[in-house]
Design a protein around this ligand. Sequence first.
Ligand SMILES: Nc1nc2c(ncn2[C@@H]2O[C@H](COP(=O)(O)OP(=O)(O)O)[C@@H](O)[C@H]2O)c(=O)[nH]1
Ligand SMILES: [Mg+2]
Length: 205
Amino acid sequence: MTKLLIIGGFLGSGKTSVILQLAKYLVGDKPASQSQVIILENEIGSISIDDRTLSNTGCNVETMFSGCVCCTMAGELVMNVHALLSRYSPEWIILETTGMAYPNNVKKTLEESVPEISCSITCLVDAKRWQRMQHVEQLAEFSREQLEGASAVLVNKSDLVTEDILQAVDASIRNYNTDAPIFHVSAVKGIPEQIWNQVFSKEVS
Ligand SMILES: Nc1nc2c(ncn2[C@@H]2O[C@H](COP(=O)(O)OP(=O)(O)O)[C@@H](O)[C@H]2O)c(=O)[nH]1
Ligand SMILES: [Mg+2]
């Protein structure tokens, strides 16, 4: 069964940077497995910088412009995923959502319409900006919607903050998601294999 991983998180939280690390982990030193990993980018706007960065992984990068997959493009997402499955039979599809998407909606849509995938959400939190965001009501509400259905939370940019701040961020995340394991990472410094092993402990046998 193809595993579809939805990467949620606010704009600039490090989704693309984390996906670069994840692709490295999944492909490892076996270039043959590049074809087993598809990166699906949902960007709003016409020029895709992330797409070019991600192409360096050697994995297939597909881009969906012009709308958000959690709302206006839900139908198109389903069609795209069906097409990717029949064209590549990949082991993994990694979906980078727009910074404004609700990953839960995306997961629900896919689970209802594409039974041949198993879907999970990994949500990113920007360690540097998180606490400030929680003081703005709409952003706090948005944070809740993003984190609620996540099966793992990556607190990214841990290189920019102190241990005390990381602890406070963890406590705040627990207001929105009581179960998901929380990992402190830095996508620019590199995310070690052991962390990914734990993130996927349920999926990877
Ligand atoms: N210091 C630091 N910067 C990071 C980290 N991860 C991402 N960034 C930077 O944050 C910015 C946004 O990252 P990007 O991956 O494009 O975020 P996205 O919008 O969620 O895809 C870029 O300038 C990255 O270099 C990190 O772990 N530490
Ligand atoms: Mg991005």
